[in-house]
Design a protein around this ligand. Structure first.
Ligand code: GLA
Ligand code: ZN
Length: 695
């Protein structure tokens, strides 16, 4: 790879290090603001993100503005070498605005209008809200367009959720009319409304899903989610009009959250990404929690890899992370010494060009007063957390060569938003523990733990550049995707899919051509039935070790067991027990120049590790370091085509020894050559440089 991306902003060619800064909470205390700047410099911070919750301070009454405090802070930050990522304030609005224009308040799915309060509580359709937001954004853009501190726009804050008010209902109907080209019959067919007599005869009968109304028409639920995502993006597009107009050279982002893992119900980031100049996301891992740290490490790696893939490999920003505890998690465990640096370096390793925190200074009151911050209530730098942040800042300061570099993985895992919505919505084959996200992660982890870079993509992404594409539980197959996968395999690609794939089309309507529908020819099997197991149930599969010599003879099968017929595929493993004993459980189909594997059962790490071990060696997939890594250690890399930057990271709770003999590596931070064994204490990392072979 010879490509190096531009830095996030040409104004600052450094890894960005900083935090969400809320000076409006301390406006009256000049001493604190002075201290902040002193401490930021001490912590090697070169950026702050601010303004996301400043609306009431900027516009205390409708049409009365006060920008002086912001002018002053912007000036002082810049004078001290600190840039500003300036937010638009739409995420939380002043009370006068809700009071005067109640239509801006969000309506819940129960059709009750929220009261003023909290944040992220507005209607995305309301023309008044859009107008008020556009107004304040225009004023900000005009005022700060030439300010040298302005580095980037941070539009709103973690967009998400939906509004069910009358304006949104009308907009939903308009969205549907456009989608179905004014043909209500087409909508009825797509939603299968003949079921339970749900046929619509007027557009005006259609409403958003509601707990006390319609919620079981899956096509309708899906289109509502698509609409809510679309409307959010549309709201954003309205927000950025003045920013583009007055500051055409200032890049724009909005901070994505990790709802992928938590609620999985929000905005479709694949649809959003084309409209931001740089992807940014907020990262709150559960270190030292119920999951082992290395499992958590690979979970976060997976999300970083989505964020990098969203713009085809372009470096992204870690806009938020906690320097210590995260107070909304069930248990706000402190990061153990070392974990802060490791977790921050992890972001860089996967393609972030920033390490940023929520929050700079702990607020004194309200709901985030106990959330981790760089500066604690004691207000000085003599704290464990501050010291760790400052030490890390010093390291980040020395990572200039990494800026703009990326990676081109040979492997992709498909984790698809709409597919995830549809799997969750479906009733059956089990209603608990369908675990699409966790399943995708368990496949991903086999590469993470071997130090093989992976892109995490959605099903519409281009797959032609990969050697191996893995699509666990590809329940929904949108039109064109089956054909694309077929072509990929035909041209020599290796494809792996699993049970519960190829079941429905983009309307959530079942394929009638035998499952896995459009994948059937490529994988060469027919899935006749699927058995759902209770958690206590276990079946076993027997692997044909003549065909897969690196695998063990026997593995567990749990949760889902697909009852398949090998049509053109070859059987690699069979079930051992139950009435389907002896039937195929794992198959491979040679198709054109490539191969397509079908895993018929849910399995565990042991199976996946061995299974992918086989594929990795047969495809000769590139590892960041050509060695077997100890359990809990990963290596990720970025490259500029001349040097590879390899980030070796130990997530296990103990020291690991690694043999790097003969690898011609240099340590980036010390410039020392490394040859031989190195000891890596728990939660430690090393950044290694390797010169690329030039042809
Ligand atoms: C989110 C928000 C921040 C803050 C943090 C706390 O990511 O964007 O404003 O509330 O959570 O973890
Ligand atoms: Zn609304």
């Amino acid at each position: 790879m010879e490509r190096v991306y531009n830095p996030i902003s040409p104004k600052c060619r450094k890894i960005l290090h900083g935090a969400d800064y809320n000076p409006e909470q301390w406006r009256d205390d000049i001493h604190i603001l002075d201290e902040d700047i002193r401490l930021m410099k001490l912590a090697h911070c070169n950026v702050v993100a601010m303004g996301m919750f400043s609306w009431a301070a900027l516009e205390p009454e409708e049409g009365r503005y006060d920008f002086r405090w912001l002018d002053d802070i912007m000036d002082r930050l810049y004078a001290n070498g600190i840039y500003v990522i300036l937010a638009t304030p739409s995420g939380a609005r002043p009370a006068w605005l809700s009071q005067k224009y109640p239509e801006v308040l969000r309506v819940g799915e129960n059709r009750v209008r929220n009261l003023h309060g909290r944040r992220h509580n507005h209607c995305f359709t309301s023309p008044i809200y859009r107008e008020r937001v556009r107004n304040i954004n225009t004023l900000l853009a005009k005022r700060y367009k030439d300010h040298p501190a302005l580095l980037l726009w941070h539009v709103s804050n973690e967009y998400g959720g939906a509004c069910h008010c009358d304006l949104c209902q009308e907009a939903f109907r308009e969205f549907l009319k456009e989608k179905y080209q004014g043909d209500l019959d087409a909508l009825n067919k797509a939603w299968w409304t003949s079921f339970w007599s749900h046929t619509y005869t007027e557009w005006s009968q259609i409403e958003s899903p509601a707990p006390h109304g319609e919620s079981l028409v899956h096509g309708q639920n899906l289109d509502w989610r698509r609409f809510a995502s679309h409307q959010t993006i549309d709201f954003y597009k309205n927000e950025i009009i003045p920013l583009r107009e007055y500051t055409p050279n200032i890049p724009i982002t909005t901070n994505f959250d990790d709802y992928i893992s938590i609620y999985n119900k929000g905005v479709n980031y694949w649809e959003f990404a084309p409209y931001v100049d740089v992807v940014s996301w907020d990262n709150y891992p559960y270190w030292h929690g119920e999951r082992e740290n290395w499992i958590e490490g690979s979970r976060i790696g997976f999300i970083h890899d989505i964020n990098r893939a969203l713009k085809g490999g372009k470096p992204f920003m870690m806009m938020e992370s906690s320097p210590s505890a995260t107070n909304w998690q069930p248990v706000g465990k402190l990061k153990r010494p070392g974990m802060h640096a490791l977790s921050s370096i992890q972001a860089i390793a996967h393609g972030s060009d920033t390490v940023q925190y929520f929050q700079w200074r702990k607020s004194r009151g309200s709901s985030e007063k106990f959330h981790g911050a760089v500066v604690d209530h004691c207000g000085h730098e003599n704290t464990r957390v501050f010291k760790e942040v400052a030490e890390l800042g010093d390291i980040l300061d020395r990572l200039d060569p990494v800026i703009g570099t990326s990676v081109e993985p040979e492997v992709a895992v498909i984790y698809d938003w709409e597919n995830s919505w549809a799997i969750d919505d479906a009733q059956g084959p089990r209603n608990e523990g369908k675990d699409y996200f966790i399943t995708c992660q368990s496949h991903y982890r086999q590469f993470w733990s071997r130090g093989i870079p992976v892109d995490v993509i959605n099903m519409d992404s281009d797959i032609s550049k990969y050697k191996l594409v893995i699509a666990p539980m590809l329940y929904m197959v949108r039109s064109g995707v089956g054909e694309k996968i077929e072509e990929f395999v035909d041209n020599g690609g290796t494809f792996v899919t699993t049970y519960w794939s190829g079941i429905v089309d983009e309307h959530d309507l079942c394929f009638l051509t035998g499952f896995p529908g459009p994948l059937r020819k490529t994988v060469g099997i027919w899935s006749e039935e699927i058995d759902a197991l209770y958690d206590k149930d276990v079946n076993y599969v027997k692997v044909d070790t003549k065909l897969l010599p690196d695998m063990k003879g026997k593995y567990e099968a749990r949760v889902f067991c697909d009852l398949i017929h090998a049509e053109t595929a070859e059987t690699l493993a069979v079930y051992e027990t139950d009435f389907y004993a002896g039937r195929p459980a794992l198959t491979v189909n040679k198709y054109g120049e490539g191969k397509a594997y079908y895993i018929g059962f849910r399995n565990n790490n042991e199976f996946l590790y061995d299974f992918y071990g086989n594929i990795i060696s047969s495809l000769n997939l590139r590892r960041c370091l050509n060695i077997d890594l100890p359990m809990g250690v990963t290596a990720q890399m970025r490259t500029d085509g001349k040097s590879d930057y390899i980030f070796l990271q130990n997530y296990s709770d103990g020291e690991k020894t690694i043999n790097l003999k003969g690898m011609k590596l240099k340590e980036l931070l010390t410039d020392d050559f490394i040859d031989g064994y190195i000891d890596m204490p728990e939660y430690s990392f090393k950044i290694l440089v390797r010169e690329c072979k030039q042809d």
